[in-house]
Each structure stands twice: as C-alpha cells, then as structure tokens.
Design a protein around this ligand. Structure first.
Ligand code: ZN
Length: 269
C-alpha cells in the first residue's frame, strides 16, 4: 500500500516537470544569475552584458503554468494532512529528483512564510526539491524584494498558487502589538526591527476592539492583508488571478497540531 502510494505520488510530482517547458524555465534561471563571460572584457562595455542578459528575441520568458491553481492548493493541503497525521512521505527528495531539478525548476506554488524556525514549508506541506518557491521573512510581510521574488516564480517558473502563511504565536506580530501598545523592547533600539513592525502594524490596527486575543486575531489579519497587498501591488499577478490562472490565498499554521487552515480575507481565498 505504502509502495503504491509512493509510486502514485512520485508520478504525480514528476508530472509537472514533464510539461513545464524546461527550456524556458532553464533560460529564466540563467537570466537570473550572472552568466560566465565568454572572454575577458577590456574596458567597461555596459551595453554588452545588458544585451546578453536580455536577448531581444527572447525577452519574454513566460513559463507555462505548472498545474491548475485548484490542484496546486489540493497538493499543499494533502501534504499538510499527511504531515499532521505523522504520515509524511517526503516526496521528491531522492538523488534522482535532485538531478532532475538541477537543470530547471517548475515549482507549482509560492509560499510566503514567516522566518520562524518552526514553520518550514517543505516539511509542513510534505513537499520536496523543486516543488515550492519559498520566500520567508519575519511576519510574512511584503516589500519590493518579496513581491519581486513572488512575481518571478509565477511569471518565469509557472507557479499557479501564492500562499501567504502566518502562524500561531508569531513573535513578529506580538512585538508589533507590544510596540503599538507602548511596550516596545528597549533591546530593539538601533535595529531595523521597527521597520518590520511598520509593515505589520496596519494589520494589528484593524483588530476589532474587544478581541479576545489581539495577537492571534492580528496574525490572521496580517496574512490576509499581505495577500491583498500582493494582489493590489502587482498588475501582472492581478491579471492572472482575474483570468483564473492564479490563486493568492492567506493561511495560518497551528504550531501545536501542525494544521494549516485558511485565514479569512485573502483576495481569492
Ligand atoms: Zn512569525
């Protein structure tokens, strides 16, 4: 039974790579990192490297969508169910898989998660190498660098699902709530932690008065707000959502039982 399931999963997870336009994905990967120079250049020639990185005829490196957005979400939630039950199958972690994705990647989903050490996306969704394009930052907030990373995976690698993942007892959200309540930690003075709190603060401020647990309510609101920000700030991603080619969802992770559940308020949740 286990072998049969493993084989099924292996087939299921191998499939996207077969029809994900590996050539385009590979080009995108190469475009993203410095290419080896053909020969040492003499004086600076700024036009040449730019032309090399963006060949005019191949400027549009749009990857084909990996799987329908609904299927991408189903894969994540199935993996989470295995993880919750203690039945993780650790797919796509073999040497063969490593070799397969070394040349090109086609991650089916982007996960924007908190940097918290207990919220490791590949583990909690029971996925493997090349499955998830993972962006992590404390408080799962979005700034230009984060948004660019998400856009890259959707547009160039074919990801069809973006999940913003908050989590129970998030220290970044708690620190923000404390700072807004005038109880900031003096140890944070002189750090950039206030800048992070500035991105989380709008969600904390929208917690209704009288909430039983302000931090817990803010965690869901923060994930939902970040998902909405991604939708609002990126015209290309918005167009894909409206065309049914992409889902942007907000979710939260329960540290105690390992379960991922929807956080209300995401643009396509
Ligand atoms: Zn956190």
């Amino acid at each position: 039974m286990t072998n049969l399931l493993s084989r099924r999963r292996a087939l299921m997870f191998a499939a996207p790579a077969l029809f994900a336009l590996p050539a385009l994905a590979e080009e995108a990967v190469h475009a993203a990192k410095p290419r080896p120079k053909a020969k040492p250049k003499g004086k600076a020639a700024p036009a040449a490297p730019a032309a090399e990185a963006h060949p005019p005829a191949a400027a549009a490196h749009h990857a084909a969508p990996s799987v329908p957005p609904e299927e991408a979400l189903e894969r994540l939630m199935s993996g989470n169910a295995r993880y919750v039950a203690g039945q993780s199958s650790h797919p796509n972690s073999s040497l063969a898989r490593r070799a397969q994705v070394a040349a090109a990647q086609a991650p089916f989903a982007v996960i924007l998660a908190c940097a918290d050490s207990r919220v490791a996306p590949e583990l909690i969704f029971d996925q493997g190498l090349g499955d998830l394009f993972t962006v992590r930052v404390a408080g799962n907030v979005v700034d230009d660098a984060v948004l660019a990373s998400i856009e890259y995976s959707v547009i160039h690698l074919g990801s069809t699902l973006v999940m913003v993942l908050g989590h129970e007892r998030c220290g970044a959200v708690r620190a923000t709530a404390d700072a807004l309540a005038g109880k900031g930690d003096p140890a944070d003075q002189g750090t950039r932690i206030a800048a992070l709190a500035g991105l989380i603060a709008p969600a904390v401020r929208t917690v209704p008065p009288g909430a039983v647990d302000t931090v817990d309510a803010a965690i869901s609101l923060n994930a939902a707000r970040t998902a909405q920000e991604i939708f609002a700030q990126s015209a290309p991603l918005r167009a894909r959502v409206l065309a049914g080619q992409l889902k942007i969802v907000a979710a939260r992770y329960d540290l105690d039982d390992g379960r991922v559940s929807p956080a209300r308020g995401g643009p396509t949740a």
